[in-house]
Design a protein around this ligand. Structure first.
Ligand code: DLL
Length: 446
């Protein structure tokens, strides 16, 4: 079993000592082997000798995604190509991918942290894991695959898409756990409901969801629709892939443990880069402590969240909150910062609405405007017994107009923006086919 209490519950002072030793090694290693880092440290007036403990991490310069692009494809590798055993890339849709490499020992660590994450998610050796993350350059498929094998699970490497087949395999193989993006889990749940398959008739118990931001509103729908306990898995290829952090299945909603013995996290101010205190919201930054092929110092993830220690948690490692979004995906609407997850969070509690939604950003008048398109739930749709839905129908229907007004008010109260709301029939919004789903459609004229 991969639950590692000696590491996962290590007293903080011991953990700091381990991190310090590893950081000192990692900085020295990079300085000697990667010209880019030697140059960056020289520019910052820092030598490896200045790094004496983990507290010195904030002296180091940040590494940005553009640095990876500028050194495309292998410029940041710290080992000769012959020692690279695998290459992955970011899931970027435009241009060249962000390339990352792994030695055999990196793959070992990758498998270990994913196995550790799966245990926290409730997985156990012998269980069947249906892996619906994409296989390929994306780290989700192979990352979860190796981790599950390491744990001793039986892996079904089905990859994303072909929802009917996913359900057939779930039924025939008796899959215990499903790994995929939260939006794809919704697609599968919906297909079950469309085909009148009772989730309780499946053996499925666990869903390990990540690769895109999601909130408790989606969790509720996935848990109900698939009959599972759904937990968050987070990660990014630049750091290793999935398994940088994971939510415990018995501590749901309290954040995800970051495996601090391998990845040192910080939260910094989005504008100034200054380190922020525990609990404050800012950009998540990681320093790898044990990687060999492509270690990174203070990698600026662009993901917005906060960090905190949970004294009542099972482990000592720090937790991160849900990712609000990426700072480059943040909308600024009439001076208000907006992440789509804020709207998603408001949907929680509207039991008549589904968590299938989309934000349309326009500027037809002088000002930017956001329209929230959201589908009503199947249950209400059945009760309504109508065939189409438009604004006129909504305004003339007591229950629908009440929901419409209540949603608009709650968005205004919680987020501070008045948004146009469009209630839609189930199925009106594009579904995830397995990959990352874009919730924002920006049609602003520049
Ligand atoms: O998405 C790795 C992964 C695969 C994570 C499978 C979890 C499960 P990239 O393609 O490099 O790697 O994208 C990384 O995705 O910086 C976040 O913006 C976002 N992301 C990943 N996991 C989560 C999550 C994989 N649980 C980028 N919640 C990250 C919110 C997430 N955002």
């Amino acid at each position: 079993m991969i639950y590692q209490p000696e590491i996962e519950t290590m007293p903080i002072n011991k953990l700091r000592k381990l991190q310090s030793e590893r950081l000192i090694e990692q900085v020295k290693y990079l300085y000697e082997r990667v010209p880019f880092y030697r140059m960056r440290l020289d520019e910052a007036g820092i030598t490896p000798a200045d790094i004496r403990s983990i507290n010195d991490v904030s002296k180091l310069p940040f590494t940005y995604k553009t640095d990876l692009r500028d050194n495309y494809p292998f410029g940041l590798f710290a080992v000769p190509q012959s020692e690279i055993s695998r290459i992955h890339g970011s899931s970027g849709t435009t241009g060249k991918p962000t390339v990352v490499g792994y030695t055999k020992s990196d793959i070992d660590i990758f498998s270990e942290v994913v196995a550790r994450s799966l245990v926290a998610a409730g997985c156990r050796p012998g269980m069947i894991m249906q892996n619906a993350y994409g296989y390929g350059l994306f780290t989700g498929g192979l990352g979860l695959h190796y981790g599950a094998e390491r744990l001793g699970m039986s892996v079904v490497p089905v990859s994303g898409g072909m929802t009917e087949r996913q359900i057939m395999l779930m039924q025939d193989f008796g899959s215990d756990a499903l790994c995929c993006t939260p939006s794809y889990a919704l697609t599968i749940a919906e297909e079950l409901s469309r085909r009148d398959i009772d989730p309780q008739s499946l053996k499925l118990k666990l869903a390990i969801l990540g690769a895109e931001p999601w909130t408790d509103s989606v969790r509720d729908d996935v848990e109900r629709g698939l009959g599972v306990t759904a937990t968050n898995i987070y990660g990014l290829s630049e750091i290793i892939g999935p398994g940088v952090s994971q939510e415990d299945h018995e501590e749901k909603g309290t954040g995800s443990y970051i495996w601090e013995d391998h990845f040192y996290p910080e939260i910094v101010d989005r504008k100034t880069g200054e380190p922020l205190a525990e609990g404050e919201e800012g950009v998540l930054v990681f320093t790898t402590l044990t990687k060999k092929a492509m270690p990174v110092l203070r990698y600026w993830t662009n993901d917005i969240t906060s960090l905190y220690y949970d004294k009542s948690g099972k482990r000592t490692h720090i937790k991160m909150g849900q990712i609000l979004g990426r700072s480059d995906d943040m909308l600024i609407i009439r001076g208000v910062n907006l992440f789509h997850t804020q709207v998603e969070a408001v949907l929680e509690g509207f039991i008549d609405l589904s968590s299938n939604y989309q934000l349309i950003v326009k500027n037809e008048g002088k000002m930017d405007e956001v329209e929230v398109k959201v589908e009503i739930g199947n249950e209400l749709w059945r009760q309504l017994a109508i065939t189409s839905l438009d604004n006129e129908v909504v305004q003339n229907h007591d229950r629908l107009s009440l929901i419409h007004r209540a949603l608009q008010k709650k968005i205004k109260d919680n987020i501070g923006l008045t948004m146009n709301i469009q209630l839609l029939n189930p199925g009106a919004i594009p579904r995830s086919e397995g990959g990352k789903l874009n919730r924002i459609v920006d049609v602003r004229k520049k």
